[in-house]
Design a protein around this ligand. Structure first.
Ligand code: FES
Ligand code: FES
Length: 307
């Protein structure tokens, strides 16, 4: 087994102090650094301070925040607060464990990729049942969406690792104040042609000279209706189009954002065809959110993390 580097413990004791009353602060720092409380680190704390093993045992078992075994690379916090509990949080928790093959008495999968933990209210109860994986929040989970959430998270991680500082917007420059276009690019969406639709949108925007931002969103729980397109205009409810074909892209853009030049009005036939693609279904926020999402932003689709 690899030897633990204890330099952090020594530096922390120097910085925090060695009195008995420092036990909580030191344990928090150690857990923050190593991800759990390694025995070697705790022994070193006892050697360097007035803190006793009994005191460490008492404090570290009293608070749920402390782990005594290594965690996986990513921590899945399944909220079991009241709102999430009544909406099936336990079943979601079980589904994560089952899907990851975590045996009874353990909380981490065999690959040490994910640790699953229960947690009290995450502060985004309108997303109940909600789950946070590292700094990414997912809402409205069901047992069935658990595999989708995990694969979305891993893809998101890959993308993040590949371009840690890249802006998520598709277009650079100033956004058009008249609104934006959102396109679902989760795996089902892509399998059913959203990639082509995305290309067609970009082409339509280039042809019309409009600077409307196109934003990509992950799975929004409407996989049966893909490819999906949402038009968001300021101070209006949004327009959600389902089963959109690439050839519809230009007309949809023209309809909502207008075009420069002589042919700006759509024919009745085109308008009627587009109406048929509009759906009353809600683009439910079941995809990932930035960590700071809280209730107000939840009701506002713009709070969703765009990738
Ligand atoms: S109870 Fe789960 S987020 Fe509040
Ligand atoms: S993957 Fe597109 S809505 Fe689910």
């Amino acid at each position: 087994m690899e030897e633990l580097d204890l330099a952090f413990v020594e530096e922390t004791v120097k910085r925090v102090g060695s009195g008995k009353e420092k036990v909580l602060e030191l344990l928090q720092a150690i857990q923050g650094h190593y991800g759990y409380l390694p025995n070697e680190a705790l022994r070193r704390v006892c050697e360097l301070t007035e803190i006793t093993p009994a005191s460490i045992a008492g404090v570290s078992t009293f608070y749920d925040q402390f782990r005594h075994r290594p965690a996986g690379k990513h921590i899945i916090h399944v909220c079991i607060g009241t709102a999430c509990h009544v909406k099936g949080a336990e079943s979601v928790y079980d589904a994560f464990r089952t899907h990851l093959g975590i045996p009874e008495g353990e909380d981490t999968d065999a690959q040490k990729l994910f640790t699953v933990e229960r947690i009290a209210c995450l502060g985004c109860c309108t997303l109940a049942p909600a789950v946070q994986i590292d700094d990414v929040t997912y809402g409205h989970l069901t047992r069935e969406t658990v595999p989708q959430v995990l694969s979305d998270f891993l893809k998101h991680e890959q993308a993040r690792a590949a371009s840690p500082t890249k802006s998520h917007g598709l277009r650079k420059g100033k956004a058009d104040p008249r609104g934006e276009v959102r396109i679902g690019l989760g795996s089902c969406c892509v399998a059913r042609g959203s990639g082509k639709l995305h290309g067609a949108l970009q082409e339509a925007l280039a042809q019309t000279g409009l600077q409307v931002p196109v934003k990509r969103v992950g799975c929004v729980g409407m996989c049966h209706q893909t490819p999906l397109l949402e038009i968001v205009l300021p101070n209006q409810s949004s327009h959600l189009y389902a089963r959109v074909r690439p050839e519809d892209a230009k007309s949809i853009i023209q309809r909502h954002f207008g075009v420069r030049g002589p042919h700006r009005k759509l024919s009745n036939a085109v308008s009627t065809a587009l109406d048929r693609l509009l759906t009353d279904e809600k683009w439910e926020p079941v995809t990932r959110y930035s960590i700071h999402v809280r209730d107000q932003a939840v009701s506002d689709f713009l709070g969703r993390q765009i990738h």
